[in-house]
Design a protein around this ligand. Structure first.
Ligand code: FAD
Length: 398
């Protein structure tokens, strides 16, 4: 028993009104003994009741639980910790693909691998070849070197190669890591290796200061070696850094002059609707809560999203079968999944386990999809869709 014992005599004494011939006692709350405040289930339930609706609905995730304990405001505000490596003994570069001006998951994993090598007294440096990106401190970068070799989205491998070689020349790193990716990292790593005359250890799946290894023959064999300077990191082999933030201090960019044998090529824009769900980065998905399919299609067009849906809507013919997301449909890895009117059945949620951000729109506060979502809108899908279309058009025109 951890609670304090009640003392009825002391409580009665506390209620006693002084004066008068007969003893009189005040009604109302008994003064609480010092210590932990008592829970009041009735007021907690009142605070958790969602206003409106015919039947009373309780949301235990909201204010009620918070009311039971002191809110975050009651605690002293602490600044997030930032780890600063003032004078690293050596440097490990992580060359990011940053497609579309944002870090990819594979970029985070590559910076995470650089972080694990640098934790032995070194510094991890994220190298960017176009523009700047957010989230480098959270990804574990001590330094950031931006060597602009073109605009975001340009395909200019020669300029990127020259930029990375200039970065290597400037910083003299112990290791340089690239994501082994089709976004450009794998190609860039081989170009840098060819021009520098150094050996590249490609597709590294495990790494320490003494050994790097990769899988061969479909995973049946493993090849290990002492880690050379140039390595490319296999996808999904390393965890992204999820610990404390690092400094991500910007370094001065080196001068470099790319030798161009081919012109800059700009990739063709792909019609999002023609992408397979497995390849899509941004998916607009509809469930049984969607009734206005014209508004749904228009929203997909305006946002440039790939369309998907639950099994129910595919069964009913609102979307073709190859658009079904879930255990018996496609498993998706999109960066953003916008779910309109989808309950979040286990079979559906199995299809979106790899999705980075889920936004759910549902009238039911207790839907499983709302629990899975990073951002939820409790509203009618039919009202939200045209509002989003208008907002997106407004933003585009502005
Ligand atoms: C073997 C097996 C395999 C399956 N595989 C899959 C699969 O791969 N993929 C899949 O999706 N399902 C699959 N299912 C089906 C799954 O169990 C669910 O039945 C299905 O996912 C439910 O689809 P839903 O969420 O669109 O519909 P519902 O369950 O009907 O949910 C509709 C949701 O919309 C909300 N809503 C209602 N009106 C509105 C409104 N106006 N605005 C906003 N929200 C509203 C409701 O609150 C509810 O949450 C499978 C089932 C089985 C048995």
């Amino acid at each position: 028993m951890t609670g304090k014992r009640r003392d009825p005599r002391a409580e009665r004494q506390a209620r006693l009104i002084a004066g008068g011939e007969r003893k009189r006692f005040a009604l109302g709350a008994v003064p609480q003994p010092a210590g932990r405040p008592r829970r009041d289930p009735r007021s907690l339930r009142r605070a958790a009741t969602v206003p409106g609706g015919v039947r009373p609905r309780i949301d235990w995730h909201g204010g009620a639980r918070m009311a039971a304990r002191p809110g975050p405001d009651a605690r002293p505000q602490s600044q997030p910790e930032i780890r600063i490596t003032a004078d690293p003994a050596f440097l490990v570069l992580a060359v990011a693909d940053h497609p579309g001006g944002a870090l990819s998951e594979h970029d985070r994993e590559t910076i995470g691998a650089a972080r694990s090598l640098a934790d032995a007294g070194g510094g991890a440096v994220a190298v960017l070849t176009s523009g700047t990106v957010e989230g480098l401190a959270e990804a574990g970068a001590d330094r950031v070197l931006s060597v602009p070799a073109g605009h975001i989205g340009d395909y200019d491998p020669e300029a990127r190669t020259a930029a990375v070689l200039a970065a290597i020349d400037l910083l003299k790193p112990r290791h340089v890591l690239f994501p082994e990716s089709a976004e450009g990292g794998a190609d860039l790593a081989r170009r840098v290796a060819a021009l520098s005359g150094e050996r590249l250890f490609g597709g590294v799946a495990s790494l320490s200061a003494d050994a790097a290894s990769r899988r061969m023959r479909g995973g049946a064999m493993e090849m290990a070696a002492a880690p050379p300077r140039l390595m490319s990191i296999a996808e999904n082999a390393f965890a992204a850094h999820d610990g404390v933030r690092h400094e991500a201090r910007a370094l001065d960019a080196p001068a470099f002059a790319p030798v161009r044998r081919i012109g800059t090529v700009t990739p063709l824009a792909i019609e999002a609707g023609t992408l397979s769900l497995a390849d899509a980065d941004f998916i607009l998905s509809g469930g049984n809560g969607v009734t206005d399919w014209a508004a749904f299609a228009e929203l997909g067009r305006v946002l440039g999203a790939t369309l998907g849906g639950s099994r129910v809507v595919c069964d009913e013919g609102h979307l073709p079968r190859d658009r079904q997301v879930g255990a018996s449909g496609s498993l998706v890895t999109a960066r953003c999944y916008l779910a309109f009117g989808i309950a979040g059945a286990p079979q559906h949620l199995q299809g979106i386990t790899e999705v980075r951000h889920v936004v759910a729109i549902n009238t039911d506060l207790h839907a499983e999809m709302i629990k899975r979502a990073d951002l939820a809108i409790i509203a009618d899908a039919q009202a939200v869709m045209p509002a989003l279309v208008a907002h997106a058009k407004e933003r585009r025109d502005a």
